[in-house]
Design a protein around this ligand. Structure first.
Ligand SMILES: [Zn+2]
Length: 101
């Protein structure tokens, strides 16, 4: 192999590696981005790629994971409260119907 060819290939390989690393860094999201998208993520309103990135981040980052668990807990208790309200509303309606009978 000619010396210039070898140098050229080495250079090309180095550029390719740098691009690859830059690409990986770009794809990695940080805690701030997770927090920015947290509610959308919980509502499944982020795009597939972001959802995957956040999920991946959560497997690596304990602090974001506990934040997600915390938010999910709040969300669930709100949902439970709404359920209770809904069923008591239903209870009232059923009660009124029964009175008419
Ligand atoms: Zn994090």
């Amino acid at each position: 192999m000619l010396k210039t060819q070898e140098l050229f290939l080495k250079q090309a390989l180095r550029v390719a590696r740098q691009n690859d690393m830059a690409e990986k860094k770009k794809n990695m999201i940080d805690c701030q981005e997770v927090m920015q998208n947290l509610f959308l993520f919980l509502d499944h309103e982020v795009d597939e790629m972001t959802e995957e990135e956040i999920s991946h981040h959560l497997t690596q980052c304990q602090s974001c994971l506990s934040r997600v668990k915390f938010e999910k807990g709040i969300e669930e208790s709100i949902r439970k409260a709404e359920d209770t309200k809904a069923s008591s509303g239903l209870h009232d309606r059923v009660g009124k119907i029964l009175k008419k009978l």
